[in-house]
Write a protein that binds this ligand. Structure first.
Ligand code: ZN
Ligand code: ZN
Ligand code: ZN
Ligand code: ZN
Length: 354
């Protein structure tokens, strides 16, 4: 127990989300202005401290310098994958069996990998699909083989069914097949589908009949696109897609290592889903499945519904505008947290109206 005597003044200036203390109320207001605390932040199930990312929550619970009382409870009934706290050690065992997912049967994949094109983009069964995951495998181009060229692409639906999978014939000559990780041989690409054709197929499937300029975050026909490092994949496919429809596990703040550094998909899958990927020859289907599982887990989080403006509304920056300084200084820390909104779009919001 901590028996330090805190003056009522410092208690008043303690952030209600991350528990940092400030000497002056102006400093707390300034802190709230730049931290974008919200109900969507990963939160410790024991002391309710808000963390910027799951990595910092993990550190708070099981890092080298954890909060001791949280660590003690976590060690008996905390799930090491999703970091939730269960009611009892028994409930934890039941939960963790379901929380730890298994990957793709690699042997089976290997056998089907070279069958060539699978294309269900025109198939009626994919018409209702709202969320798709995409991944590419790259071979090397350019004189030193360091230029990434997409040579294999995969697109799956939310049930992990393949919508489209194909080898891709790049526009430039391949100078390094990177066989040890891609498993791609020259003969697989010789008569593969040309990049232009792949690009059009994927573009059309994503937009789903909606003209690009008309795509809105909600209520349209265009599909949500999930992936890891999608800028690079879309670039190599020369596909354009609006940011509002993209859910990138490399750029989603709760899943990042720091505010600027991404975690690798291999790490995220190991840490949060509990299985291994990208061992030996890599298949984009495996990456699609991992990103889709991560997306589904993030989307299924239950967060408190906020009053207007929402985390996704650009107006939320006005909540801590400098013209409100006097008003903010009269608030207590809980009221400030109540007014504070996230600076990113939480994926739990995707589940609200779909
Ligand atoms: Zn704070
Ligand atoms: Zn949320
Ligand atoms: Zn805690
Ligand atoms: Zn769990």
């Amino acid at each position: 127990m901590d028996y330090r005597v805190e003056s009522s003044e410092t208690l008043r200036n303690k952030c209600a989300a991350c528990y940092r203390q400030f000497n002056k109320i102006e400093h707390l207001v300034e802190h709230m202005r730049t931290s974008y605390h919200s109900a969507h932040e990963p939160t410790c199930g024991i002391c309710k401290k808000h963390c910027r990312s799951f990595e910092s929550l993990r550190e708070h619970l099981i890092g080298p310098l954890p909060k001791q009382e949280c660590r003690n409870i976590f060690s008996t009934r905390g799930c090491k994958f999703c970091l939730a706290i269960l009611d009892s050690p028994y409930a934890l065992r039941v939960h963790q069996d379901r929380c730890q997912l298994s990957g793709v049967n690699a042997g089976l994949l290997g056998r089907f990998a070279n069958l060539g094109i699978r294309d269900n983009t025109e198939n009626g069964s994919t018409r209702g699909t709202q969320v798709v995951a995409l991944a590419c495998k790259m071979v090397g181009g350019g004189s030193d083989g360091s230029l990434d060229l997409c040579a294999k692409v995969c697109l799956i639906d939310e049930y992990e069914n393949i919508i489209f999978q194909s080898y891709v014939k790049p526009l430039l000559p391949v100078t390094n097949y990177r066989y040890e990780t891609t498993g791609i041989r020259p003969e697989y690409l010789r008569d593969a589908m040309p990049l232009r054709q792949v690009q059009k197929k994927i573009q059309d499937f994503l937009c789903n009949g909606e003209p690009m300029w008309k795509i809105r975050p909600r209520g349209g026909k265009a599909r949500i696109l999930v992936g890891h490092g999608l800028d690079h994949d879309l670039d190599s496919l020369q596909v354009e897609y609006p940011q509002v429809m993209i859910r990138d596990t490399a750029k989603y703040p709760p899943l990042m290592k720091t505010s600027k550094l991404s975690n690798s998909l291999k790490y995220l899958t190991q840490a949060y889903l509990g299985y291994d990927i990208q061992t030996g020859i890599q298949d984009p289907y495996e990456d699609c499945v991992a990103t889709m599982k991560l997306y589904m887990r993030m989307r299924s989080q239950v967060h408190k519904t906020e009053a207007y403006p929402l985390a996704s509304d650009p107006q939320n920056r006005n909540n801590f505008a400098s013209w409100r300084q006097n008003e903010l200084e009269r608030m207590n820390p809980e009221q400030m947290l109540e007014a504070s909104r996230s600076d990113y779009y939480c994926w739990c919001l995707d589940s609200r109206d779909m």
